[in-house]
Design a protein around this ligand. Structure first.
Ligand code: 5MM
Length: 333
């Protein structure tokens, strides 16, 4: 039997990242509409089929995160998505949270929901071929947030999710995301991200989650998107991010960053700069928008342009994979 440790190693294998294509029906529909595509179950399916069938996707991607709708859909030729992914050498994953909802008692903050019935859902996802899962907690930096309450509540949910995944034989991607929105500086992002990670680690330990069988999906440490100063350089982002990550022990399987709305070139440059730091865990990507936005724009629902959409995706996957492979050149792996 393949263990969660083995799957986590496969997910973070050298030179590859994870494609986040798990937009919920609402998010995906508004992105399709924004690209001029009528959002239906079929157009969402067609778009995800375009992504999965991009030539040689497996050269730069070890896994793809899907949402419940897609995992249960089939290609136009009838092949179920999980089977189609595995046939291409790509592990299928499933987003199992049900979204960040207003947190009772904490106005303006959110708690990610989805724990009810999770054990049964995980068993069902494993049965249809999922190898891993994803749960995203969301934090915003303002004058008085994130509060301790929001950090503890979300860390506790992340830990319950992670423990349930490992019992079901699925690798949990643990995603505590500090949003870029805000005027804060890079130092404040570092402080907040470190405090959240510390609490997440404590809660994972309380539930005996095996760190060698999880993949951490954090934000990069950057200044806020409305910060009035000049943007931090890739070297500054890399140094601040790696310093925060040093709180994680060496047995963590790997780190796969979200892109967080950064332009693709910036996310890739930051990822490249990370590789000069000697870390006990691989540092790779689990980008969503930084990989798929150009593909969606190039395709925009025109079946004649599927190849263009795939070429855009392939170019961004190749650039991100090349960034990760710098590790092999800058230090021994
Ligand atoms: C792909 O978007 C994911 C799900 O979004 P919703 O549930 O809000 O529709 C999201 O969790 C994504 O996987 C992460 O935020 C990383 O994506 P980015 O675009 O930040 O790399």
């Amino acid at each position: 039997m393949t263990t969660t440790r083995q799957i986590a190693r496969q997910m973070t294998t050298f030179g590859k990242g994870i494609l986040a294509a798990d937009e919920s029906i609402g998010t995906m529909s508004s992105r399709l509409e924004g690209a001029g595509v009528n959002p239906t179950a079929q157009s969402r399916r067609d778009y995800r089929e375009l992504l999965v069938t991009a030539p040689d996707l497996a050269n730069g991607v070890s896994g793809i995160i899907l949402c419940d709708e897609t995992l249960n859909q089939a290609f136009a030729d009838g092949t179920p998505f999980p089977e189609a992914c595995r046939a291409r050498g790509i592990l299928p994953g499933i987003k199992v949270d049900t979204g960040a909802k207003p947190c009772p008692g904490l106005p303006g903050e959110t708690i990610t929901e989805g724990l009810d019935g999770l054990t049964d859902r995980l068993a069902g996802y494993a049965k249809i071929g999922a190898a891993f899962a994803k749960w995203r907690a969301v934090f915003t930096i303002t004058g008085d947030t994130p509060s301790r309450g929001a950090i503890v509540a979300n860390a506790s949910a992340l830990a319950r999710y992670a423990a349930a995944c490992q019992e079901a034989g699925l690798v949990p991607i643990v995603e505590p995301e500090v949003l870029m929105a805000g005027t804060h500086g890079i130092g404040q992002c570092a402080e907040v991200t470190a405090a959240i990670h510390q609490t997440v680690r404590e809660h994972l330990a309380l539930l005996n989650v095996d760190l060698a069988g999880i993949v951490l999906k954090p934000n990069m440490v950057t200044e806020g998107s409305e910060n009035p100063g000049p943007p931090s350089s890739p070297e500054e982002v890399a140094a601040a991010t790696v310093e925060v990550l040093r709180g994680w022990p060496g047995d963590l399987a790997g780190v796969a960053f979200l892109s967080g709305g950064q332009p693709p070139q910036r996310a890739t440059a930051n990822l490249a700069a990370m590789q000069s730091h000697d870390t006990p865990w691989p540092l790779t990507f689990s980008f969503g928008r930084a990989l798929v936005s150009p593909a969606l724009a190039a395709w925009h629902g025109d079946e004649e342009l599927v190849g263009d959409g795939q070429a855009a995706l392939s170019a961004h996957v190749a650039a991100s994979a090349a960034a990760v492979r710098l590790r092999g050149q800058l230090q021994s792996v």
